[in-house]
Write a protein that binds this ligand. Structure first.
Ligand SMILES: Nc1ncnc2c1ncn2[C@@H]1O[C@H](COP(=O)(O)OP(=O)(O)O)[C@@H](O)[C@H]1O
Ligand SMILES: [Mg+2]
Length: 368
C-alpha cells in the first residue's frame, strides 16, 4: 500500500457538506491525506500556533507539516464547546477572531494554495463589486439598480420593459399555514406589477434589466481550467431561473465552447477578484451577446458533472488541490468520477449524515 503523504490538504467545511465529502473521497482514492475541519478549531487536534519573531511570521501546526493547499469551502464559526455557559461569549469571540486573524494572513502564513484566499473570498461575496469589476474588464453587464424606492423601480421598468428582482442572498422559509418551503427566487416585473411604496421600502433589492436570453451559461473555473456548459429548456428556450431544474430532464445541459475573447475577459475578472475557483453565471441573448450576472466564489459545481458525466470537474478540483497550484494538469489526479462517488459507501454514509442533520437544522440549499 502506498504511504499517505505527509503534506496534507486542508478542507474547511462542515461534515455535512456534500461537495467536501466528494472531494475528500477523491483525495483518498489518490492516497492523499486531508484534514477536513469545520473551522480552525479542529476537533481533537491542536489548532495552529502563530509565531512572530525576527524572521517574520510563521505558522506551526503539529504534527504533520504544512498544508499544500487549503480549500476554504464553507468555513464555520469555531464552536468553543465544551465550556461553561458563563464563558461562552468570551470564548466564541476569541476563537472567531483567532480564526479571522489567521485567515487574513493565510496566504502569507502558510505555503498552501488557498482556494480561495479568505480575504478575496470575502470581498467577492459583494455582488455590486463583482458587477463593477466585470464592467472594468469590459464584460457586458445588464443595467441594474439597487434600491428600496418604488419610484425608482417603476422608472426602471418604464425604461427596460421587463425587469428581474433578485435578493442579495438566497433565503427559504416555512409557510406554516400551507406547510411548504418557500424560496425567495428571481421574479419578473413589468408595468403591470404592483409595487406598493412601503412594501418595496422594507428591503433594498437588486433590480436588473431582463436579458431576453437564448440560453444560460455556467462556467466552472478551477484554477487555469475553464469548463463551460450551456443551460436551456429541453423543449427549447430558456428558464427564467434554471436552478430549480438543475437535476431534471427538462433542463438540457450541454458543453459550451467559450469564445476566446469572452474567456480572456473572464480570466481578467478572476484575476482582479484574486479568485482561484468560481462558478460564473452568464446569459446569452438571441444575437449571441453574453452578459455577466455573477461569480459564486464557493459555488456548487458537481451537479454539472452529474448531468455531463464526462466533464472531469471532480478530477480537476482534486488535481488542483493535490498539485497545490493553479496551473495543474488534470492528470495530477487519478480519473476520479462523480458518478463513481455516488455509488460509493462514502456517499451512502454522507447521505445518512445529511438526512439526520436536515431534520434538526434545515440544510436546504438553493444557492447556485
Ligand atoms: N438580468 C437577467 N436576465 C435574465 N435572466 C436572469 C437575469 N438575472 C438573473 N437571471 C436568471 O436567474 C438566475 C439567478 O440569478 P443570479 O444573478 O445568478 O443570482 P443568484 O444566483 O445569486 O440568485 C440566473 O442564473 C439566471 O438564470
Ligand atoms: Mg447565480
Amino acid at each position: 500500500m502506498t504511504k499517505m503523504t505527509s503534506s496534507p490538504i486542508l478542507i474547511l467545511a462542515p461534515s455535512t457538506d456534500p461537495h467536501a465529502a466528494a472531494v475528500h473521497w477523491a483525495l483518498q482514492r489518490n492516497r492523499v491525506d486531508a484534514d477536513w475541519w469545520p473551522s480552525m478549531r479542529p476537533e481533537g487536534k491542536a489548532a495552529p500556533s502563530i509565531w512572530i519573531d525576527e524572521r517574520g511570521i510563521q505558522m506551526e501546526r503539529p504534527p504533520s507539516g504544512n498544508w499544500r493547499s487549503a480549500w476554504h469551502r464553507r468555513p464555520q464559526r469555531p464552536d468553543p464547546s465544551p465550556c461553561q455557559d458563563a464563558d461562552r461569549t468570551f470564548l466564541e469571540r476569541e476563537w472567531r477572531l483567532y480564526q479571522k486573524n489567521l485567515f487574513d494572513l493565510s496566504p502569507t502564513v502558510t505555503q498552501a494554495l488557498w482556494v480561495n484566499a479568505p480575504l478575496a473570498a470575502w470581498q467577492a461575496e459583494s455582488k455590486l463589486l463583482q458587477l463593477q469589476e466585470a464592467h472594468n474588464v469590459s464584460l457586458r453587464v445588464p443595467e441594474t439598480v439597487v434600491t428600496n424606492h418604488a419610484d425608482d423601480v417603476r422608472r426602471f421598468i418604464k425604461k427596460c420593459g421587463r425587469v428581474v428582482f433578485k435578493s442579495f442572498y438566497p433565503h427559504t422559509w416555512h409557510n406554516t399555514a400551507k406547510r411548504e418551503l418557500v424560496a425567495v427566487g428571481v421574479v419578473m416585473l413589468d408595468d403591470a406589477s404592483v409595487l406598493p411604496d412601503d412594501a418595496v421600502a422594507m428591503s433594498p433589492g437588486i433590480f436588473q434589466r431582463y436579458v431576453d436570453k437564448a440560453f444560460d451559461v455556467r462556467v466552472t473555473v478551477i484554477g487555469d481550467h475553464y469548463f463551460a456548459v450551456k443551460l436551456g429548456k429541453a423543449a427549447g428556450g430558456a428558464f427564467l431561473d434554471w436552478r430549480a431544474y438543475s437535476l431534471e430532464e427538462t433542463l438540457q445541459v450541454e458543453p459550451f465552447d467559450l469564445p476566446h475573447e469572452l474567456k480572456q475577459k473572464l480570466k481578467a475578472l478572476m484575476q482582479r477578484l484574486d479568485l482561484t475557483f468560481g462558478c460564473i453565471d452568464l446569459v446569452v441573448d438571441h444575437d449571441g451577446n453574453a452578459f455577466f450576472l455573477e461569480v459564486n466564489q464557493a459555488g456548487q459545481f458537481l451537479f454539472v458533472e452529474q448531468r455531463l458525466t464526462d466533464l472531469p470537474l471532480l478530477q480537476a478540483m482534486t488535481a488542483m488541490l493535490i498539485a497545490g497550484r493553479r496551473d495543474y494538469r488534470i492528470e495530477d489526479s487519478l480519473p476520479v468520477r462523480f458518478k463513481d462517488y455516488l455509488s460509493s459507501d462514502d456517499f451512502k454514509r454522507n447521505e445518512i449524515l445529511i438526512k439526520e442533520q436536515v431534520q434538526t437544522e434545515s440544510l436546504y440549499s438553493v444557492e447556485a
